[in-house]
Design a protein around this ligand. Structure first.
Ligand code: GDP
Length: 197
């Protein structure tokens, strides 16, 4: 599936302009610079997607990418970036909340966390919202190549403890690196399995 053609469908900054629900959707969220564009590129073996998401104006949008008409990857705007200011963050939060609440074909959200950094306030806020709307989310640790295996294990355990305190159960934390490609095949397999459920 991930070897198939991946096509940009739409980018929107307003709830009204969301594309109509089609195939199964998987959303990607994370703080700016977490490595979201790099991960989407690594999954799809392409560079063009990130380029679209980074085109000025499109960074603040929800961007939709179609994989062979069977799966849609949804790139949510990066949250909690100091430079954009509170008003902008509030605007994004509203758009994201509206999308997450009202999307019947959205089956999972991948919350990207920098392996070296862990959860930050904006991540916890998003997790609260996800628990509220009862959307299944999975933690994907990024930039694993930056850490030694034992440090990585400690970081994963720390995240798992914090997750365990939350109300819902969660799919297993995945450790990835777009640079070394660690975890990329595993993530592809998990996402593919979500289509046929
Ligand atoms: P985004 O803002 O979340 O889309 O993040 P990007 O994909 O643009 O990546 C942000 C920065 O992290 C860039 O400088 C990337 O080169 C770097 N980066 C992304 N993925 C990895 C990775 O797997 N390993 C390392 N070491 N750096 C990464």
């Amino acid at each position: 599936l991930f070897a198939q053609e991946c096509r940009f469908i739409a980018g929107t900054m307003t709830v009204e302009a969301l594309p109509p629900p089609g195939p199964v959707e998987i959303a990607f969220a994370g703080r700016s610079n977490v490595g979201k564009s790099s991960l989407i590129n690594a999954l799809t073996n392409r560079n063009s997607l990130a380029r679209i998401s980074r085109t000025p104006g499109r960074t603040q949008q929800i961007n939709f990418f179609d994989l062979a008409g069977r799966l849609v990857l949804v790139d949510l705007p990066g949250h909690g970036y100091a430079k954009v200011g509170r008003a902008k963050v509030a605007e994004w939060s509203k758009l994201i909340a509206a999308y997450l609440k009202g999307r019947p074909n959205l089956v999972r959200l991948l919350l990207l966390i920098d392996s070296r950094v862990g959860f930050k306030e904006p991540d916890l806020k998003l997790m609260e919202l996800l628990d509220e709307v009862a959307l299944s989310y999975q933690i994907v640790m990024t930039k694993a190549d930056e850490m030694k295996p034992d440090e990585l294990e400690i970081a994963r355990a720390r995240l798992a403890i914090q997750l365990a305190r939350r109300p819902a159960a969660h799919p297993e934390i995945i450790i990835t690196s777009s640079r070394s490609k660690a975890g990329i095949d595993q993530l592809r397999a998990e996402l593919t399995a979500l289509i046929d459920r």
